[in-house]
Design a protein. Structure first.
Length: 405
């Protein structure tokens, strides 16, 4: 029987102590409105190790005991950064961030156009972003809903090795993964991520992943300076963009570029309404496969929030959020349904001293579906990992999906 193979890019009175780790839990809110600040950054000051708050403002970070004398930094775009001594923190930690406003005279920018700033920033990528080999630990969660009910959920912890010197290399090593899918509701379509998609989320270091910062993308979009934003107390150029009036798929949103270093630090964008009808899902190989199995995929939303973080003198990918709405159609197998898919991807730890590539037998091929690897179910699955806290309980969702199959 033919199988459709479609990839979708898709808080005790003191700090909790385990034998080896310090666990800090809490919430991040706006100090005036007391509203949640989702995807605020929480990280160690001296060593890159961190997480982000979830959509309900909650976070949890597991810190090695040897980092007890470090400080915890909490930051959010447009807000004043707070730094707290880890040894003085008590759970639950409640952090209220104050807005960091840019004086009006600071938003007047002269001498540069949006295009010239972007081109200068692109030229500085080799000096601003990583070049020498490094490894990082990452985590992602993918959820897919059909008619407001979960039909797929997967989570993974993995390591990535990257280098841009000597022999440029990207390697993906899976540490732990679990996944559940409603086979009937998904019509046999495979839902999840490939290592290649994980790599392509880092658009600054993969300029051709989408047509925005490469030569083609620069020609097809209109860019405009909107003013400045503050990130960790530093000013950035805010540059909006939208595709030109052409019969092609493009993007609409904004990016933030550090004024001092000209490094790309944040992107918030999605498919432009002007060209969404021209968007083609997947690459050439994926489209050829879809044609063979008689499946067509249309996409009506594909929104991204991508954040970069400066560690010492280099910028690295920090976290990614992706929301997509896709429609699957097959005349041959008589189905037509849509899914709302959410991807949350977080870099939790970076090592850039004395790192070496993985052996070939440790790595997963770029186009292998991660969700097809060994999967387990365990109520203490992520007990030793720093992750983005879930909004809904994985095990409850898994139980419900199993009961409906």
């Amino acid at each position: 029987m033919n199988k459709n193979f479609i990839i979708i890019c898709l808080l005790c009175s003191c700090i909790n102590l385990t034998a080896q780790n310090i666990v800090i839990e809490g919430v991040i809110k706006d100090s005036e409105r007391k509203e949640a600040l989702p995807y605020a950054n929480i990280f160690l000051q001296e060593n890159y190790f961190g997480t982000v708050s979830n959509q309900n403002e909650q976070f949890k970070i597991i810190i090695p005991e040897e980092k007890r004398n470090d400080s915890l930094v909490i930051s959010f775009i447009g807000y004043k950064t707070q730094t707290l001594s880890i040894s003085k923190i008590k759970n639950p930690l409640k952090v209220f961030l104050k807005a960091d406003l840019v004086p009006l005279n600071e938003v007047i920018i002269t001498g540069y156009t949006a295009e010239s700033i972007i081109k200068k920033a692109i030229k500085k990528i080799p000096s601003n972003n990583f070049s020498k080999p490094y490894k990082f630990t990452g985590f992602y969660r993918v959820t897919s809903k059909k008619d407001h009910s979960y039909i797929h959920l997967s989570e993974a912890v993995f390591e990535i090795y990257q280098s841009k010197i000597d022999k440029p290399k990207e390697q993906f090593k899976l540490e732990k993964m679990r996944a559940i899918k409603d086979e009937k509701a998904s019509q046999g379509i495979e839902l999840g991520l490939q290592p290649k998609i994980i790599f392509d989320f880092d658009i600054v270091n993969n300029l051709d992943a989408i047509d925005l910062l490469n030569k083609k993308g620069l020609r097809q979009h209109i860019f405009k300076i909107e003013g400045t934003e503050l990130i960790n107390g530093k000013e950035t150029y805010k540059i909006s963009f939208d595709q030109k009036d052409i019969k092609k798929a493009g993007y609409k949103g904004y990016m933030l570029i550090d004024k001092e270093t000209l490094a790309f630090v944040y992107f918030d964008y999605g498919l432009s309404p002007k060209g969404v009808s021209y968007y083609k899902f997947g690459d050439v190989a994926a489209r050829a496969l879809m044609k063979i199995v008689g499946v067509k995929i249309d996409i009506s939303k594909n929104n991204y929030k991508i954040s970069y973080k400066k560690i010492k003198n280099k910028y690295y990918l920090n976290n990614v959020g992706n929301d997509a709405t896709l429609t699957f159609k097959s005349k041959r197998q008589h189905f037509n349904f849509s899914t709302d898919t959410r991807v949350d991807y977080l870099v939790t730890k970076i090592e850039n001293d004395s790192v070496f590539p993985f052996s070939n037998d440790e790595t997963l091929g770029k186009r292998k579906l991660i969700e097809e690897q060994n999967s387990i179910y365990d109520t203490k699955f992520w007990e030793d990992y720093t992750i983005i806290l879930p909004i809904n309980d994985f095990n409850e969702i898994a139980k419900k999906i199993r009961s409906e199959q």
